[in-house]
Design a protein around this ligand. Sequence first.
Ligand code: ADP
Length: 247
Amino acid sequence: MIQIENLKKNFHTKTGDVEALQGISARIEDGDIFGIIGLSGAGKSTLLRCIALLEIPSEGSIKIDGKDLSALKGRELTAHRRQIGVIFQGYNLLMQRTVAKNIAFPLEIAGVSKPEITERVARLIRLVGLEGKESSYPSQLSGGQCQRVAIARALANNPKVLLCDEPTSALDSFTTKAILDLLRDINRQLGVTIIIITHEIGVVRQICNRVAVIESGRFAENGPAAEVLAAPKSVAARQLIGVGGAL
Ligand code: ADP
């Protein structure tokens, strides 16, 4: 279970302070597919980066299974980071490495033995449906295939949580559906908790069981996806869902 309590993040810039997160609290249960939806600038990426331990919160805490991650340092932090896989917008693949070598990369860093890397990479390639593409380079792949490599790489160290930053924003509708189906299969087969940042309500509709609507660094709404979609209460949610005309 992930518990986020009163999370705040301020950025100090030349033109003044930006309060990107203004007190976010949430509980994400094991096995959830939790969507965080909001318009551009609402604070989605900052929240994801805080959960991924890539950004240090200004205030508040994030606990995974009761352990406060924001208090960790050094080796303990590195070990806990491995519980969290991230797929970034734009895939962030290593262009000079093949598909298999991209997926192997986090395992090499973690010091996994060569035979185990070979075995795990083969299993991950099958999981994401990239058989036959092991020796291809990212430049030879479609957007959907690149995203599959990114998903396999994020799963390499057997994380408990997979964070997805706008995983389908660059994909056509057919490929979007295929990638979301893959994420749902991974959630079911491996029991990985998934957090998806998106600005597309279709993503929430297709796979999320829970959703939080973020607006100006706060959750305007947070609940079961079916309930929020059927009866959005906040202006932000109504805007995103397209209820009540253009606001
Ligand atoms: P979203 O992902 O929803 O588009 P972000 O989390 O990227 O929103 O940004 C939220 C707010 O924080 C915006 O006002 C943005 O300009 C600001 N922000 C994000 N990252 C930084 C940063 N590194 N430095 C200064 N301001 C930032």
